[in-house]
Design a protein around this ligand. Structure first.
Ligand SMILES: Cc1ncc(COP(=O)(O)O)c(C=O)c1O
Length: 411
């Protein structure tokens, strides 16, 4: 079967052309840990990590086992009787998340978690303005798209959800100037992922918290990408001991096995459900299969201390990347990140594309960030071995030398 041809004929012809142009013409067949195997048996070390999904790696045995067990019982809910599975997961999230984050709403993706958070913030404050940040990425459904920070993905679909104000990311005084008594929420990623792995200045998250307190607005922390260990702590807001009012999760919550999203909220915002408990719902949200898998996915992160692993491997890897960056100053303009959420900023999108293709030739999967094509994300599964990361470094060293030779042709 010509898979790419199938994409061309039945899914998205333009996407198929992009894959072909990048030389990504192999179909995946199976995966384990940090390694993806294609349909010809070729193995790749995955540094894209499903855009941050595979904290626990592909097909972690305990998580697969949980999926099998629940499949044998009841994967989806009757929606009439209550189920113990979402309760187990919500209880665990209440225990693991900081402060008095207590209640969980379950859905099926990151963008749905953000949609829920936006609605809960507006509903619980009775206000309309949402403050978001430039370069942010919160998803592509209407609400999430409206609070995201790049015109490219918005222009075709206007008018968007109204009353959204964008301020520069990491800029406390710009945020202060945007606050007023009609602000329902400030939505922020603790580290911008798709914006190009942007780490804000220390104290920024605390400043967001304080400004929300001053104005009675809800702080929404979008931890869809940063959450659950990737940055070296379980939740990235913990770096500054901040407790948001709403915390969005998805990606790694599914343990690399099922799609699931969640928004966890403090009691005051959950009042939105008091008059009508069905004010926001999802047919598949909180299904027993996803919740059981997610519950074990959390156990794996905690019991294998994956945040510590991300912290240790990440600081060593980032230091090594910075050495490479110094050796190629005309190609690599920055290497930054926290834990195993790392971005390599190249001198132009063309150079980044070339680096990505050359890495693929050397059997390393990596991909640029959606809102900043100059940045290649390095977000491998946190279970990756140090020896595999060394292979990535060696390949990257070769790639940068190769790209240096042809750089002028792509710029
Ligand atoms: C911070 C953040 N929020 C939300 C989303 C949207 O998640 P999904 O693609 O599951 O809808 C993403 C996806 O990359 C993300 O990085």
């Amino acid at each position: 079967m010509d898979v790419l041809r199938g994409y061309e004929d039945f899914i998205n012809p333009s996407l198929a052309r992009t894959y072909r142009f990048m030389g990504l013409d192999h179909a995946e067949a199976t995966a384990q840990g940090a390694v993806v195997t294609d349909n010809e048996g070729v193995q790749y070390i995955d540094c894209a990590g499903g855009y941050g999904v595979f904290v626990q790696g592909y097909r972690h045995p305990r998580i697969i086992e949980a999926a099998h067990a629940q499949l044998d019982l009841m994967p989806l809910s009757s929606r009439v009787l209550v189920s113990p599975r979402p309760v187990e997961l919500a209880e665990k999230l209440a225990r693991l998340t900081p402060g008095d984050l207590t209640y969980s709403f379950f859905c099926n993706s990151g963008t749905e978690a953000v949609e829920a958070a936006l609605k809960i913030a507006r509903g619980s404050t009775g206000r309309s303005t949402i403050v978001s940040t430039e370069g942010a990425f919160h998803g592509k459904t209407y609400g999430s798209l409206s609070v995201s920070g790049r015109d490219l993905y918005q222009a075709l679909f206007k008018p968007l959800v109204p009353d959204v104000v964008r301020v520069p990311y990491g800029d406390e005084s710009a945020l202060k100037a945007a606050m007023n008594a009609n602000v329902a929420a400030v939505i922020v990623e603790p580290i911008q992922g798709e914006g190009g792995v942007i780490v804000p200045p220390r104290g920024y998250l605390m400043a967001v918290r304080q400004l929300c307190d001053t104005w009675g607005a809800a702080m929404i922390a979008d931890e869809v990408q940063t959450g659950l260990g990737r940055t070296g702590v379980l939740f990235a807001v913990e770096q500054e001991s901040v407790v948001p009012d709403l915390l969005c999760l998805a990606k790694a919550l599914g343990g690399g096995v099922v799609p699931i999203g969640a928004v966890v909220g403090r009691p005051w915002v959950w009042k939105v459900f008091e008059e009508n408990p069905l004010i926001h719902t999802s047919t598949f949200g909180g299904n027993p299969l996803a919740c059981r898998v997610a519950s074990v996915a959390l156990d794996v992160i905690v019991q294998e201390d994956l945040p510590k692993r991300a912290r240790e491997l990440g600081s060593w890897f980032l230091a090594a990347l910075r050495v490479l960056a110094r050796e190629h100053p005309s190609l690599v303009t920055a290497a930054r990140g926290q834990g195993l959420m790392i971005g390599l900023e190249l001198s132009s999108p063309g150079v980044a594309g070339l680096v990505m293709s050359e890495l693929f030739v050397r059997r390393i999967l990596a991909v640029y960030t959606l809102n900043n094509e100059r940045v290649i994300r390095l977000m491998p599964p946190v279970v990756i071995e140090e020896s595999q990361l060394r292979e990535v470094l060696n390949a990257l060293g070769e790639v940068l030398i190769a790209v240096e030779a042809v750089k002028d042709d792509v710029e």
